[in-house]
Design a protein around this ligand. Structure first.
Ligand SMILES: C=CC1=C(C)c2cc3[nH]c(cc4nc(cc5[nH]c(cc1n2)c(C)c5CCC(=O)O)C(CCC(=O)O)=C4C)c(C)c3C=C
Ligand SMILES: [Fe+2]
Ligand SMILES: [Fe+2]
Length: 361
């Protein structure tokens, strides 16, 4: 059998559709050890995520990590699980729905907005298959990671490329590689901080915590660290902060190797012990709240800061469904869609194929 799937027939005169595909990391289907095991197995076997030689990593992953971590992680997910599921999935789905509305899709049947997860469901491949059935000819892929990293953004590119390789008649394709310095994104972050301060007063320090990566990624030329620094600087400028008003830190260290520094939790413990009474923590690298923000920062890091001597800890939520963020996303998407000319391919293919098939019957 051919590795290339047959093309679904397209109707002559059907709209030539463009699709926007929002992609986030993925999350378990349930806060249970078995769901976590499935999720972690797929996630941690991705060579973009863990760059250890495969045979060695297979033994560590299957012999140790997948036996110990699922139950521990499931207990953490259980603390933050929402009525409609995992926060990452709930917010990503809502963002896609809101973006659809903000792009004025109601009057434009040719524009499709959908979402997918790199790991778990709905998979990128299943959504691209659906696009095919719906007559989509152009796809703009938007990994929801403001800062590019090979382990996240390029992994989305890999998955889309794998699907393209199997396609007989692939769509045109664009990616938004990063938006770490986009004025709309920075403006929405700054507005969220200002609103928090208007309601709660100001902290002694604002801590901007980004997801970590192995330090080796920086040495090998991954721009992630530098993009985090730039986001942090632009946010500080937008808030008119002085250098000692804020800190940029990295969270979620995994394994024994050195990761990007300074680490979030030890930094919070140090400033708490050093007499800083109040910190506010924001996680600008996550556009949707998830385990890493709601559990690791808002619960674990809070407890660590308070027990080291700190007095007050505020977590500032991710952009989630904020209208200024959805507007920023709409502008970003519109800019990347602009100047993408419609092709005549669908009509030609539909007409000629119908004629050819008709002639054979
Ligand atoms: C093994 C290494 C990991 C790398 C490298 C990594 C990079 C990375 N991750 C995110 C965003 C998220 N990570 C999330 C969860 C999560 N991350 C890792 C490991 C690595 N991440 C694990 C094992 C987990 C699962 C939870 C756990 O068991 O601790 C999430 C949250 C998912 C959710 O369901 O809520 C996000 C989002 C980025 C941006 C990044 C590199 C820059
Ligand atoms: Fe992660
Ligand atoms: Fe974590």
């Amino acid at each position: 059998m051919s590795r290339y799937a047959p093309e679904p027939a397209q109707q002559h005169g059907a709209p030539r559709r463009t699709a926007v595909l929002l992609v986030n990391l993925g999350t378990p289907e349930a806060p249970t050890a078995s769901a976590l095991r499935r999720y972690l197995k797929q996630f941690l076997w991705d060579p973009r995520v863990v760059e250890i030689p495969r045979p060695v990593w297979w033994l560590i992953l299957n012999g140790i990590i997948l036996n110990l971590r699922p139950a521990k992680s499931a207990a953490k997910y259980a603390q933050i699980w929402m009525k409609d599921g995992s926060p990452l999935k709930v917010y990503t789905e809502r963002q896609a729905k809101l973006l659809k509305g903000w792009l004025g899709q109601a009057g434009k049947p040719e524009l499709v907005v959908a979402w997918a997860m790199r790991y778990g469901q709905p998979s990128i491949g299943s959504v691209l298959d659906q696009f095919k059935r719906d007559g989509v000819e152009r796809v703009l892929v938007v990994p929801l990671y403001p800062q590019y990293a090979a382990s996240t953004s390029a992994s989305v590119m890999d998955d889309v490329a794998d699907w393209m390789k199997r396609s007989r008649n692939p769509p045109e394709l664009r990616f938004i590689k990063h938006f770490h310095d986009d004025p709309g994104y920075i403006g929405a972050l700054a507005a969220s901080v200002r609103e928090h301060w208007q309601a709660n007063g100001r902290p002694d320090k604002l801590v901007m915590s980004f997801h970590g990566l192995p330090r080796r990624s920086l040495d090998l030329g991954d721009p992630y660290y530098c993009e985090c620094q730039k986001t942090g600087r632009l946010l500080a400028e937008a808030l008119q902060l002085r250098a000692d008003d804020y800190l940029i830190t990295f969270q979620s260290r995994f394994g024994k190797a050195e990761w990007l520094q300074p680490y979030t939790q030890p930094t919070l413990e140090k400033v708490g012990a050093g007499g800083t009474a109040r910190v506010d923590v924001i996680c600008p690298g996550f556009v949707a709240d998830c385990l890493e923000t709601l559990e690791e920062i808002a619960l674990e890091c809070k407890a660590a800061f308070l027990s080291s001597g700190g007095k007050e800890f505020h977590y500032i939520p991710c952009l989630n469904e904020r209208p200024d963020w959805i507007a920023a996303l709409r502008d970003l998407v519109s800019t990347h869609l602009a100047g993408w000319p419609a092709s005549a391919q669908a009509d030609t293919a539909a007409t000629e194929r119908a004629k050819a098939l008709g002639a054979r019957q």
